[in-house]
Design a protein. Structure first.
Length: 117
């Protein structure tokens, strides 16, 4: 049996841009992706702290060190520039892996720079 568990999360990242006319996804600074062990095109769940919207999408990398969090495509209608988001990634874990698993939680400052995690 495998367990679908939280792998990592980016906690309270701030939306820097919304672009509706895009094929769809969320753009995340590569430094943040690495800190959270998120890979390009990985499926993520996104929760908007400011308005309670939730949506699934996939991740595309943004320029390393830019602090960019860009919500792209149709999901851009669900959030606003400046909103705070939680980005969750999940993984499948065996019974043995589950026993030792601890998710990575990445905390950021007001400019989306890693402060812990």
């Amino acid at each position: 049996m495998y367990y679908h568990l939280l792998k990592s999360k980016l906690h309270r990242v701030r939306v820097t841009e919304c672009a509706i006319h895009y094929v769809g996804s969320i753009g995340i600074d590569e430094e943040l992706m690495e800190a959270a062990r998120i890979v390009p095109y990985e499926r993520v769940l996104v929760a908007d702290i400011d308005n309670s919207e939730r949506f699934e999408t996939y991740v595309v990398p943004e320029e390393r060190g830019s602090g960019k969090i860009r919500v792209l495509g149709a999901a851009a209608r669900l959030v606003h520039k400046g909103d705070l988001l939680i980005v969750f990634s999940f993984g499948l874990y065996s019974e043995e892996e589950r026993r030792e698993h601890k998710p990575v939680v990445v905390f950021v400052d007001e400019r989306n720079r890693v402060v812990e995690g």
